[in-house]
Write a protein that binds this ligand. Sequence first.
Ligand code: ZN
Length: 232
Amino acid sequence: MRLAIISDIHGNLEALTAVLARIERERVDEIVCLGDTVGYGPDPGPCIDLVRSTCRVAVLGNHDEWAITSPRYDAVPEAVWQSILWTAPRMNDGQLAYLASLPLVAHGDRLMFVHSSPVRPHGWSYILDEVSAARNFSAVKEGICFVGHSHFPGIYPSGDPPEERRYIVNVGSVGQPRDGDPRACFVIYDSTRLDDKRITIMRVDYDSSPTQEKIRATDLPQYFAYRLSVGR
Ligand code: ZN
């Protein structure tokens, strides 16, 4: 089984299109989406349509939830609040219903998929490093748990002996990387391999200038455009 796992598209249609073209060449069996398809970016509706038509498994992200339920104003940072206000009315009923249908957690064969953290899937806490990963292994019963949310890709092994070792894999962000590399990020998982190609963090170069132009033409916070150039 060969899987592509994508996350945190954030309404960036150009990044998503480039990543899906690369996945096409990678001959995967399935694509899984770990959520935050919307928020920040200028194309929430088209990104939902593409995820819905290409990903057999998908889970809910915090921005997806906020777009359909609207959090309390003081529960999110000001820029996120502006993003929610802009995004929510730009999805049609079918797109909203699709987001509302997504589960918080999905499972595969010795695999777990969740947007933020396996310990508290609805707590929206971040896995950024070994320390935050270690706090989450109690909820990973076996195999590999794939997460997104932090926009920082990484592969974190548990401290168990090699034959029982579990992994938390942060697949990074398709549409708004924050690790200093502006290229779109996702992960390929190949269950047939036992070597270091089993889990591969992929980067895809794409032209973000059309996305930035679209953001600049809205009243979204303008640094949402700038950060796509620097990956921060
Ligand atoms: Zn996100």
